[in-house]
Design a protein around this ligand. Structure first.
Ligand code: CUA
Length: 259
């Protein structure tokens, strides 16, 4: 029966992927940037070591409990020292740490890199909403593209909108374009965080933090403020719409003519 509405309305004006958390979700959201892909890959790499170590240590503990107790082994061993095994159990963990550190540092430094950005978006955290500035198109003060982005309260939600996640003014950004994000706050600490973009950056009053963003695909990406910032901390979500460059330029042109 679920197919029925799709038959009646075979095409929606725009179908895009919904990048938001799902009920009982336990894993990552789909990555939309190379950085988030890198974070997920690193997580899987480290989990390989983690699971191997847990199994090995568990096996050793089990064997110790089984063999070395007063009933099955009444005469204890006199061995208190073993050079070979001591060298082994010192070298092996440090090698494992190196295998974890190398890809981890590679990812950390690539996250810091801002590749010659084509667009700059400034996000400003307020108690309790975000405001955004697109300052690349400034001819004068009147043509500045800036807007506030408030959460849609539960009573005003329309069918299909996500509770506590939808906003009145979404951010629009082009895909396949290098973007610079400048993040700051006007009052207290906030944090601009969108899981599927792999970004979580503190918004600090009097400071300008910079992160790099490259959308691999279109979509609507949902995020939330991630620094306790007061009573309405849970009610200042973030919505990013990733659209083709052409749609983005149209959106910018509309915004400028509005202003
Ligand atoms: Cu803003 Cu929490």
């Amino acid at each position: 029966m679920l197919v029925f509405p799709l038959l009646v309305f075979p095409r929606f004006p725009m179908i895009s992927r919904l990048d938001a958390p799902q009920p009982w979700q336990t894993n990552f959201q789909d990555p939309a940037t190379p950085i988030m892909q890198g974070i997920i890959d690193l997580h899987h790499d480290i989990c390989f070591f983690l699971i191997s170590i847990v199994i090995f240590v568990g096996w050793m503990l089990g064997r110790t409990i089984w063999h070395f107790n007063s009933t099955s082994n009444p005469v204890p061993s006199k061995i208190i020292h073993g050079t070979t095994i001591e060298i082994l159990w010192t070298i092996t963990p440090s090698l494992i740490l190196v295998f974890i550190a190398v890809p981890s540092f590679a990812l950390l430094y690539s996250m810091d890199e801002v590749v010659d950005p084509a667009i700059t978006l400034k996000a400003i955290g307020h108690q309790w909403y975000w405001s955004y500035e697109y300052s690349d198109y400034n001819q004068n003060d009147e043509s500045l593209i800036n807007f506030d982005s408030y959460m849609i309260p539960e009573s005003d939600l329309e069918m299909g909108q996500l509770r506590l996640l939808e906003v009145d003014n979404r951010i629009v950004l082009p895909v396949q374009t290098h973007i610079r994000l400048l993040i700051t706050a006007a009052d207290v600490l906030h944090s601009w965080a969108v899981p599927s973009l792999g970004i979580k950056c503190d918004a600090v009053p009097g400071r300008l933090n910079q992160v790099h963003l490259f959308l691999k695909r279109e979509g609507v990406f949902y995020g939330q403020c991630s620094e306790l910032c007061g009573t309405n901390h849970a009610f200042m979500p973030i919505v990013v719409e990733g659209v083709p460059l052409e749609n983005y330029t149209n959106w910018v042109a509309n915004k400028i003519s509005e202003a």
